[in-house]
Design a protein around this ligand. Structure first.
Ligand code: HAM
Length: 427
């Protein structure tokens, strides 16, 4: 009979064998964040829908991919619409505003987050419905050097997990005036071609014609490819800002490629946008490991002051896949120091010995199944124990234990109270 209880489509279990690489990658991301003095923030996995569904938002993420649900009217509360967070930026900024972090901290406030996000997308390679993001937001200051700092942090994480075959693609969406001029140019350009575009692009044409350039269906359509370029509509201020970002990146030795078709899939960006992309042909559609950009009109949306911010997020699954493909060896979780074998009536003594080892900082596991010595040794080998501690009835009664290294013939008998010291002496 087949098992009908399975993970929902687009989600997966991370089994213990896989966990070591996750823990190691998480450690690396935290360590690099510490070097840059970005501090962790944890926000709820769900928020009021209106935190994400901001007025006039034209992104697929908001319009098509959100997991939203209404709560029942109970506990004296109205029914409300909530949404599982599809990304980390909105919740982080909501928290920044709610706790008035702009007033109690020196700006910029540098934050990072690490956790699950949820999008109802068509599952495919590198695209899950629950996935993990590591992201940063640097809030409250608009400076081209800060843009470079954020990008440098992303690049350093990529490097720290041993990924080499990536490139930084960067573009500017310009300030409000640049975008208004460009939006009009796009509308004029697409108007006679509207019938050649997909259904979603009809909506995009009305809401935000920039989105058409990022369409997954029409992306390679010549009409889209020949559209006017944003770089021709930049105000001198936006152009100067972008030039300064690029200069700052160069000063840090960060390679980049200006991609004037890069618009990003989310609506809130202004000025700098960037992605870190795998250049391995096998990566295909999962090629974008990291995406981010600056936003001038997000922080005030939740009642905060008119401040600018910049950030990015990595898909951690994509990061891990690339790192493994490139041969990076992650540190595994702690191995087993001592496996405790017991024979006969030893009561709780093996358990006590294990506890003494653990309290001395050694990892220990006890056999609780009455079975032959041979079978217990086999378990110890399978678990890769560095030491085997053997306790029979006589040893238990005399306060002693036998100690040996797997694969070696020699076995010594020591007083139980000397076990930790003896193991440490053998290291
Ligand atoms: P995003 O481009 O939507 O940006 O997502 C960032 C990264 O998350 C993507 O490059 C990808 O690696 C990963 N990702 C997105 N969707 C999926 C999925 N369905 N399955 C697996 N991985 C996925 C944002 O989310 C912005 N909040 C980034 C940002 C932060 N911008 C400013 N601050």
């Amino acid at each position: 009979m087949s098992n009908t209880f399975q993970t929902p489509r687009g989600t997966y279990d991370i089994l213990p064998d896989e966990m070591g690489k996750w823990h190691d990658a998480e450690r690396i991301m935290r360590e690099v964040s510490d070097l840059y003095r970005y501090q962790e923030i944890r926000t709820p996995y769900f928020e009021l829908t209106k935190v994400f569904d901001r007025e006039g938002d034209s992104s697929d993420m908001v319009n098509k991919e959100m997991y939203s649900f209404r709560t029942k009217e109970q506990y004296g509360e109205q029914s409300e619409s909530y949404t599982l967070r599809p990304e980390g930026t909105a919740g982080t900024i909501r928290a920044f505003d709610q706790h008035k972090m702009y007033a109690t901290n020196e700006l910029p406030v540098r934050l990072y987050y690490l956790g699950p996000m949820f999008r109802h997308e068509r599952p495919q390679k590198g695209r899950q419905r629950q996935f993990t993001q590591y992201g940063v937001e640097a809030l409250g200051i608009k400076s081209p050097q800060l843009d470079a700092e954020v990008i440098a942090l992303g690049v350093d994480i990529i490097k720290a997990v041993g990924i080499k075959s990536v490139k930084v693609a960067i573009n500017t969406l310009g300030d409000d005036d640049s975008r208004a001029a460009y939006r009009q140019a796009l509308k004029d350009y697409f108007a006679p071609h509207i019938d050649e575009l997909c259904e979603d692009c009809h909506r995009r044409y009305e809401q935000n014609p920039l989105r058409i350039l990022d369409c997954k269906v029409d992306g390679d359509n010549p009409v889209v490819l020949n559209a006017p370029k944003l770089s021709d509509y930049l105000t001198p201020e936006s152009k100067a800002y972008f030039d300064e970002v690029l200069k700052s990146l160069e000063s840090l030795g960060i390679d980049y490629e200006v991609d004037d078709r890069l618009v990003r899939g989310l609506d809130y960006y202004t000025d700098t946008v960037f992605e870190i992309i795998s250049v391995r042909p096998e990566s295909g559609k999962a090629a974008t490991v990291c995406g981010g950009g600056r936003y001038d009109h997000f922080i005030d949306y939740y009642g905060g002051p008119e401040l600018s911010g910049i950030g990015f997020a990595f898909g951690v699954e994509r990061l891990l896949t690339l790192a493994v493909e490139e041969g990076h060896v992650f540190n595994e979780d702690r191995p087993l120091d001592a496996y405790i074998i017991s024979l006969g009536e030893t009561g709780s003594i093996p358990l006590q010995v294990a506890q003494e080892l653990r309290h001395a900082g050694l990892t220990a596991e006890v056999n609780f199944v009455p079975r032959s010595l041979k079978s217990q040794f086999k378990s110890s080998d399978r678990k890769g124990a560095k030491y085997v501690v053997i306790i029979g009835e006589t040893e238990a009664a005399e306060g002693k234990v036998n100690l040996k290294r797997p694969g070696e013939k020699e076995q010594i008998t020591v007083d139980r109270k000397d076990l930790v010291r003896t193991i440490e002496g053998m290291e």
